[in-house]
Design a protein around this ligand. Structure first.
Ligand code: ADE
Length: 225
């Protein structure tokens, strides 16, 4: 998979890709991530990437020309399956959407900044608009990092244990069950006996029951679908 990220703040975005699972995924060439500084595509001498809103109002709007130039250059080099715009008024990200995105070959992620992009960018280029929650961030960069993390860990081979992503919370609309490791007793608090039974079908059943119970208690909305 190849991910091209268009941003006015590449330095804000880079560090999540320089550690742990994302770093290893890039080193193992399971994913390529490229950053494009929108300022490099500015069309005037001031390197402008934004301007005042027509009609008045607080906040700057990202210009269409640099974005068009950057996206058109990328599209001239290869086919892209999606152009994703990170915005608080997009569709709210969930595991189903990350699963779908992880199946793509090449995607572009456009990070909004200031008040956001000129509407014509959305109308002309964007194929998917994604929000990571009902709150407003200073820009789309951190949201893009969240999306990339959620997507990249699903690419086959990225996680050590292939089944591990399949047992994450949300993969089957259930939260994950409780998990335990050493020591068996800590300050008098024990681990459920069933986990030492060696009876794996029973352990699996216990985990399913716990996942269901936890979901019912914390996120009953997930059980409605
Ligand atoms: N940009 C600003 N806030 C955002 C959010 N909640 N999700 C995605 N992109 C954003």
């Amino acid at each position: 998979m190849r991910i091209d990220i268009i941003t006015v703040l590449p330095e804000l975005l880079k560090s999540p890709f320089e550690a742990s699972i994302l770093k290893r995924a890039i080193e193992a060439q399971l994913v390529e991530v490229h950053f494009h500084n929108l300022r490099d595509y500015a069309t005037d001498n001031y390197k402008s990437v934004d301007d005042y809103q027509f009609g008045g109002g607080a906040g700057m709007v990202m210009l269409i020309e640099p974005i068009d130039k950057c996206i058109s250059k990328l599209k001239g080099e290869r086919h892209y399956d999606e152009v994703i715009y990170m915005t608080p008024d997009g569709e709210q990200l969930n595991q189903g959407i990350t699963n779908q995105i992880s199946l793509n070959e090449n995607i572009i992620i456009l990070c909004g900044h200031y008040k956001g992009v000129d509407q014509r960018v959305r109308d002309m280029f964007v194929t998917k608009e994604i929000s990571i929650g009902d709150y407003v961030l200073s820009g789309g960069e951190l949201a893009a990092a969240v999306l990339c993390d959620a997507v990249i860990r699903l690419i086959p081979g990225v996680l050590g244990n292939e089944t591990s992503a399949l047992t994450d919370s949300f993969q089957d609309n259930l939260l994950a069950p409780p998990i335990y490791t050493r020591p068996r007793i800590y300050k008098g608090i024990t681990v459920p006996e069933i986990l030492f039974s060696g009876n794996f079908p029973e352990i699996e059943k216990w985990r399913e029951d716990q996942a269901y119970k936890r979901t019912q208690e914390r996120r009953p909305d997930l059980l409605k679908d």
